[in-house]
Design a binder for this molecule. Structure first.
Ligand code: BEZ
Length: 238
């Protein structure tokens, strides 16, 4: 019998990689990934199983935020190692019977991939045998409009995700791209952003002398204001 330390090598996509491609059947018909999503951000995420409590709370929360993500040009795609009929039955139950934190009659409109063979889950390193050999962990891949993986998070089976944080990640990445900046700890739109490090001693000197419109904690750590309205007007669609 195979122990977890002997398990075959698994592919784990990395930040900066092209998102591995696949064709799959989903609750919204067949998808061709990531080609079909070119031009959009997409969050590809896995969950362990249909008809389980943590996953149900997650789907209700994520589906309730789908419009919010759509305004940030970000689509959602789910996956679990379950069949299509199980997915359909579970999503019907969620809509018809479950109320969670005031969210009810929630229709999951984004595609949920059936992956009984684990083909897609294995491509994305979603099967982590120390946690489960048959269920996907709670993986999150944030993929940009060019099909490049920009952020990855893995959670264990027992831990429900923070979907406000996923939204924050999408906005922060888009802000970094649009304004050529980085975002500090706990950044939210409206907070100061980090400007790229100085490229010369002279620029470092100028920054420390306060000649630029920045706040410098030290020569290598300078921030500038970027107001919320400018950020949201640039990255959100109405
Ligand atoms: C859940 O979604 O509740 C769950 C799924 C698999 C293992 C543990 C919890």
């Amino acid at each position: 019998m195979e122990t977890t330390s002997e398990v075959q090598s698994v592919s784990m996509p990395r930040i900066g990689d092209k998102a591995p491609s696949f064709r799959a059947m989903t609750t919204q018909g067949e998808i061709v990934f990531p080609d079909q999503y070119a031009g959009s951000w997409v969050i590809l995420f896995s969950h362990p199983a249909d008809f389980t409590p943590v996953c149900t709370s997650e789907f209700i929360t994520f589906a309730s935020m789908e419009e919010q993500f759509a305004k940030a040009n970000c689509k959602l795609v789910g996956l679990s190692v379950d069949g299509l009929y199980s997915h359909i039955a579970w999503l019907r139950t969620i809509k018809e019977k479950i109320e969670f934190r005031g969210m009810k009659n929630v229709e999951v409109k984004f595609p949920l991939i059936e992956d009984i063979t684990m083909e897609v889950a294995k491509k994305y390193g979603m099967i982590q045998p120390g946690e489960s050999t048959t269920k996907a962990v709670r993986a999150v891949f944030v993929i940009d409009p060019k099909g490049i993986i920009r952020a990855i998070i893995y959670y264990p089976l027992s831990l429900g995700r923070n979907f406000d944080e996923l939204y924050r990640i999408v906005l922060a990445l888009q802000t970094a791209d649009a304004f050529g900046v980085a975002t500090p700890a706990d950044w939210r739109p409206g907070d100061d952003v980090i400007v790229p490090p100085p490229g010369s001693c002279g620029v470092a000197q100028e920054r420390m002398a306060g000649k630029e419109d920045m706040h410098c904690y030290d020569w290598f750590f300078c921030t500038k204001k970027l107001d919320k309205e400018t950020v949201l007007k640039t990255i959100l669609r109405e």
